[in-house]
Design a protein around this ligand. Structure first.
Ligand code: SAJ
Length: 408
């Protein structure tokens, strides 16, 4: 039976570990967070995701093992966080380095270490190889290195794990093929084997492409606002062209991928990344644009009190519970900078209080506000659209079709 260790049981590591287990691979799922490991052992998931519960049950009955310890297997998949340093815009590789070291402490000769965490191009050469060599290991003989960046999208992770194509970057093609064979246990799509540098770069390029495309849509939204054109209608028509595919404008770009990865390129190639930098700035400026729209609406209706404004949605996008770098958090930060406080917040996916003036009950939230800003297009608000009647609505996601709705 094939065997693999998955290290880091977060948004990527956990579904990946479960998927391997369900597909007949023996999985040792490791995380240093004892609380998380214990709750997984008790059958409790740490986050919500479509289809995850069922996959979890299937993996449990296939004998997946959750542990805080590193166990000896032949293949180790590292899916730990790779935060970026806000000031320098560079990657902080400390968690990957620490996980690699823990693997080196126990692994047998010839083991394969696969890094799934997103890293900035060149990071494996810069941080990981020297670390392994400084421990006296010969890469290619004692251990083999692979980079297999993930591509799954929160909200549709389980389906995409199975049906997205993947990239395997390896020093040695034979090792690459072996890893490809392992991922084929659940991945039904094409798996491309390439070198490590290309795998690192293509991952960051994919997210940067999306960031630039969203920035273009956001810029169009601002252009259309100045001359009262309907940006959604224009994008809809433009996208009928067979070679045009413009994404949707929104209140900003959040999450831990698209709003972060382009910075790696800007940080490493500051003189060569004009467009990438502009796109980042354009998207980062969207929460301020939303604030400007709120101010316009308040003025038009002689509302002076910001506590009459309610932000619907705290997560970075629809139908997930992840609030990292969310446009709503960015907007609240901007308000804070300008000493404007008191706006109310509600999100059906965020059940503990994360920010000031956050409501846990939707009706209570609605009772307190006159203006509602739809920041996230959760299904919840689509089903409850009628309850917004009588409010002033700023719909940043284009989901409300009432006549008198304000848009971006
Ligand atoms: N957004 C828009 N307009 C759009 C699409 C998205 O404003 O038309 C916003 C979202 O609301 C959100 C942000 O962009 O705030 C990012 O959301 P997303 O759904 O575009 O992407 P993520 O961050 O959830 O996942 C991305 C995906 N990358 C690409 O599509 C190229 C995913 O496949 C990656 O696996 C993931 O990053 C990652 O982990 O890198």
């Amino acid at each position: 039976m094939r065997e693999v260790s998955v290290i880091g049981l977060g948004y990527i590591g956990l579904p990946t570990a479960l998927m391997f287990a369900k597909s007949g691979v023996r999985v040792i799922a490791t995380d240093y967070n004892a609380k998380l490991v214990n709750s997984l052992k008790d059958g409790m998931l740490s986050f919500e995701e479509k289809g995850l519960e069922l996959l979890f049950r299937e993996a449990l009955s296939s004998g997946i093992e959750f542990t805080t310890k590193y166990h000896k297997t032949n293949i180790y998949i590292i899916a730990v966080p790779t935060p970026y340093i806000k000031e320098s815009k560079k990657l902080d590789p400390k968690y990957v380095i620490s996980a690699v070291n823990s693997v080196l402490d126990i692994c047998a000769k010839g083991s394969i270490i696969i890094i799934e965490s997103t890293v900035s191009p060149g990071s494996i050469d810069k941080y990981i190889r020297p670390e392994i060599e400084s421990r006296g290991f010969c890469i290619g003989e004692d251990v083999n290195l692979v980079h297999a960046p993930e591509r799954i999208i929160p909200g549709n992770m389980i389906h995409e794990l199975e049906y997205n194509s993947r990239t395997i970057g390896a020093d040695d093609l034979e090792i690459g093929e072996k890893v490809k064979d392992l991922y084929s246990s659940f991945c039904k799509s094409e798996i491309v084997v390439t070198d490590i540098r290309s795998a690192e770069m293509s991952k960051v390029v994919e997210n940067t492409y999306r960031d630039i495309n969203i920035a273009f849509a956001n810029e169009l939204a601002k252009i259309c606002r100045t001359d009262n054109m309907d940006v959604y209608e224009i994008i809809k028509i433009a996208n009928k062209h067979p070679r045009v595919n413009i994404l949707q404008p929104g209140p900003g770009v959040g999450g831990h991928c698209i709003s972060v990865d382009p910075w790696f390129l800007v940080g490493d190639y500051p003189d060569l990344t004009n467009m990438i930098l502009m796109a980042r700035k354009t998207n980062d400026a969207m929460p301020t644009h939303v604030l400007g729209r709120v101010r316009d609406i308040m003025r038009a209706h002689s509302i002076k009190d910001t506590s009459k404004v309610g932000l619907y949605g705290l997560t970075y996008k629809e139908n997930v519970d992840d609030i990292r770098e969310s446009p709503t958090l960015q907007l609240l930060e901007k308000m804070d900078e300008h000493l404007a406080f008191g706006v109310k917040v509600f999100d059906p996916f965020v059940k503990t209080r994360m920010v000031e003036h956050q409501f846990i009950n939707f009706e209570d939230f609605l009772n307190e506000i006159e203006i509602i800003v739809i920041m996230v297009a959760h299904d919840h608000i689509k089903y409850n659209m009628d309850s917004l009647k009588g409010k002033l609505i700023l719909d940043t996601r284009n989901i409300c079709d009432f006549d008198d709705v304000y848009k971006l």
